[in-house]
Design a protein around this ligand. Structure first.
Ligand code: ASP
Length: 315
């Protein structure tokens, strides 16, 4: 019996070595930055529980053979609906005290992408981004025009007050200088070898009228290409736009032949040298999981079919 198990394990590693087995997996994030949680183990556990719940739910979908895109949408929606994170309900507020939400999604097998920015009444911005990808000829829709389209196809509409939690209202009233970090994102590789990436955010606390960050910009906050990598970013969006951060990782790998971990680290270093901070998650076409940041911490979790699993905030 034991011998059979050992033989099966050896066969699996052998096939895996020669790329005969399609691995799968996902990584998700809930933002990066300065997080005053170190001395608060109870709060740390609340965040870890939320990350683990989203991770388990996404992983079991991949096990059942669901697509990377479905998994990314599902995981990002779970995090958007959770007030702990800066996306959907619980998002940070603009200077005027309203929630304005951005999101994007990209699928690696066809390099199709959809993005929305400045939404005020769409319950799940990631669904809106997917609708732009699948139901229009465009990549990004913004503001009132985006909402007109989104409601015409029947997505859930909510008053802006739905997004505004008491905690966020209090923080806005105090006009805290400390950013609330907590943008959410997910990258996944499915059993068919398809990659997908999605990101959703309320942006930066006290952002100015109409400000758009990196999250809805394909190539800055989100990027996916089959055979290569899927990336989702979080942090000071202006720097991720200026460095084409998510695409830069793919380009370093594709044209510079860099390993994914090096490509991510070098891109984050460039961002840091410009004065920016943040982090990234990624998954490659073999199901290897990546998570790196140049901030104090990053909410993140990942799991793959090779047996790797993590959920953490700090190192
Ligand atoms: N990247 C987001 C933005 O600039 C914010 C964040 O990730 O915390 O809008």
């Amino acid at each position: 019996m034991l011998k059979n198990v050992i033989n099966a394990a050896m066969l699996f590693s052998f096939l895996n070595l020669f790329g005969q087995i399609q691995n799968f997996g996902l990584v998700l994030h809930g933002g990066a930055g300065y997080m005053a949680l170190r001395n608060n183990p109870e709060k740390v556990n609340v965040y870890l529980a939320a990350l683990n719940a989203a991770l388990d739910s996404g992983y079991s979908m991949l096990q059942r053979g669901e697509s990377a895109e479905q998994v990314v949408i599902h995981v990002v929606m779970m995090l958007e609906n959770n007030t702990l994170f800066n996306a959907g309900r619980g998002a940070v507020l603009t200077e005027e005290g309203i929630a304005e939400l951005d999101a994007s999604i990209m699928t690696g097998y066809d390099q199709k992408a959809g993005a929305v920015s400045g939404l005020r009444h769409v319950k799940n911005p990631i669904l809106a981004a997917q609708a732009v990808k699948d139901k229009t000829q465009h990549v990004m829709l913004s503001g009132a025009g985006a909402e007109k389209f989104i409601f015409s196809i029947g997505l859930d509409s909510v008053p802006n007050s739905y997004f505004i939690t008491d905690d966020m209202r209090a923080r806005w009233e105090e006009a805290l200088k400390n950013q609330k970090y907590g943008t959410v994102g997910c990258v996944a590789l499915d059993k068919d070898g398809n990659l997908a990436a999605g990101t959703s955010t309320g942006g930066m606390l006290m952002k100015k009228f109409g400000r758009i960050g990196d999250a809805p910009i394909i190539g800055a906050g989100t990027y996916a290409k089959n055979g290569l990598i899927a990336v989702s970013c979080t942090g000071h969006g202006e720097y991720f736009i200026r460095t084409s951060a998510a695409y830069q990782v793919a380009a370093r790998m594709r044209f510079g032949r860099q390993k994914a971990s090096k490509a991510i680290r070098s891109t984050l270093e460039e961002i840091k040298n410009l004065g920016g901070s943040g982090g990234m998650i990624a998954i490659d076409d073999k199901g290897n999981l990546y998570h790196d940041y140049n901030t104090e911490g990053m909410f993140r979790a990942g799991r793959n079919s090779k047996g790797n699993r993590f959920a953490k905030i700090y190192e």
